[in-house]
Ligand binder design. Structure first.
Ligand SMILES: [Zn+2]
Ligand SMILES: [Zn+2]
Length: 436
């Protein structure tokens, strides 16, 4: 996430003499004219990954990957589907992990079939094998219970729009639709052994998008389904989740901070207890490091998949709507903040007008904001910076899109979602009261 605002630093660019700028609260400038210095690591805007060295490496690697992918995709957009070597390696590792899991359960049967082992030995060997088998089991993902599926007979107009966009990007309607009152986000995933596809629409984001942008964001998500990204995520999950779960089992993230807090509070802990906690924190750090390394292997393919989904969005919604949607995301923090102030007097269906107005007032900062989004580059981020994504679509020929926007249909969607809109309104009013 980028800082909300940028300021002029005052120095002149040594290459083109343009006045340099920096993110708010930062003193690491870049030139908005020729982007000189934009690739400099800025610890105040790049995500923190445990150590400065790692954070800087993740930043530089991501920055370089974005440049590389963008220059490839501009020349040949169809190459977005190619070269998934990291994913292939992770699928192979996942297959091995699954075999280990199966072998563990077979091992339990073998242990109990032995006649030369005493029962306690059989018991402890079985417990060890079962735990290892559970840890290495295939993981199919599931919907958190708190997420409510929209019943199949509800929201027919929205489902009609989703079907239309899905067919434009070459896929079918998702099996499950989930609407969230409090998420400024949209996503697709696959869950369960059957791999049912799920589309999640965060109503607060939906309400800040124009009808054209809604088509663009839907096309991006459904483009992931067409490109089989959620299926790939399932097939690589044994490798990508195994150490993440080990991190959870050993206490979760920030083990050293937790240990420090514990040391401050627990004077009566025995030496043995403290030693155990120290060991647990060390093991947790090893697991977390392995997890980061695995995720780093997956990251280039993941980035490519995001650009590929943007290209699907360009085809279905057209270049203009795709770029507009990405720029809306670039300004999203400002728009949400502004909304929190106006939310009492304005109905949810007016929020998009508020967003349009607020963004129009900020539009002269667009170029700098797009650049600033790159200062938050991170190899482990779920998406490349919005500025890079918009720049890729802008560098390609303008296409009109294939999904027509019908205002009447849009009004029907708004009408049938009014209960969800009302709960989002309540959520934001609650957040506003909380913020004071
Ligand atoms: Zn310059
Ligand atoms: Zn995406």
């Amino acid at each position: 996430m980028t800082r909300a605002a940028t300021a002029t630093v005052g120095e002149r660019c040594p290459q083109c003499s343009t006045a340099t700028v920096a993110a708010a609260g930062s003193d690491v400038p870049w030139c908005p004219g020729c982007e000189f210095g934009l690739d400099t690591y800025d610890p105040s805007t790049a995500p923190w990954r445990g150590t400065r060295w790692l954070s800087r490496w993740g930043y530089r690697r991501a920055f370089h990957l974005d440049d590389e992918l963008r220059s490839q995709l501009v020349v040949d957009p169809s190459s977005a589907a190619l070269r998934r070597s990291g994913e292939t390696a992770l699928m192979a590792v996942s297959a091995l992990i699954t075999i280990v899991s199966l072998a563990c359960f077979v091992g339990v049967v073998l242990v109990w079939s032995r006649t030369d082992w005493v029962p306690p030995a059989k018991f402890f060997a079985s417990v060890g094998l079962v735990l290892l088998g559970i840890w290495t089991r295939p993981r199919f993902g599931r919907l958190p219970r708190s997420l409510k599926k929209v019943p199949a007979d509800q929201a027919p107009a929205l489902r009609g729009l989703i079907r239309e966009v899905a067919s434009a990007v070459g896929t079918s309607e998702p099996d499950v639709l989930v609407l969230l009152a409090d998420e400024v986000n949209m996503a697709v995933t696959r869950v369960g052994v059957r791999g049912r596809s799920v589309l999640v629409i965060g109503i607060p984001l939906w309400l800040l998008l124009t009808p054209e942008m809604r088509v663009a964001v839907l096309a991006h998500e459904l483009g992931h389904l067409n490109n089989r990204d959620p299926l790939r995520a399932t097939l690589t999950r044994p490798a990508t989740a195994i150490f993440a779960s080990a991190v959870d089992w050993t206490g979760g993230h920030n083990p050293w901070r937790r240990l420090g807090d514990r040391l401050d509070r627990a004077d009566d802990d025995s030496f043995a207890t403290m030693l155990f906690r120290l060991l647990l924190a060390a093991v947790n750090t090893i697991f977390a490091s392995v997890q980061l390394a695995i995720d780093a292997v997956a990251a280039p393919d993941h980035r490519r998949a995001e650009y590929a989904a943007d290209l699907a969005s360009r085809e279905a919604a057209g270049s203009t709507a795709t770029i507009a949607a990405l720029d809306r995301l670039t300004f999203l923090d400002d728009l949400v903040k502004a909304l929190v102030h106006d939310v009492v007097t304005k109905a949810p269906t007016d929020w998009v007008t508020l967003a349009e107005r607020r963004q129009a007032a900020l539009q002269d900062q667009l170029l700098v904001r797009r650049q600033a989004s790159r200062r938050g580059s991170d190899l482990w981020a779920t998406h490349p910076p919005n500025g890079c994504r918009a720049a890729l679509i802008e560098a390609l020929p303008v296409v009109p899109g294939t999904v027509p926007v019908d205002p009447e249909h849009g009004a029907r969607v708004d009408a049938e979602l009014r209960h969800w809109y009302a709960s989002t309104h309540r959520e934001i009013l609650g957040a506003r009261d909380f913020l004071g």
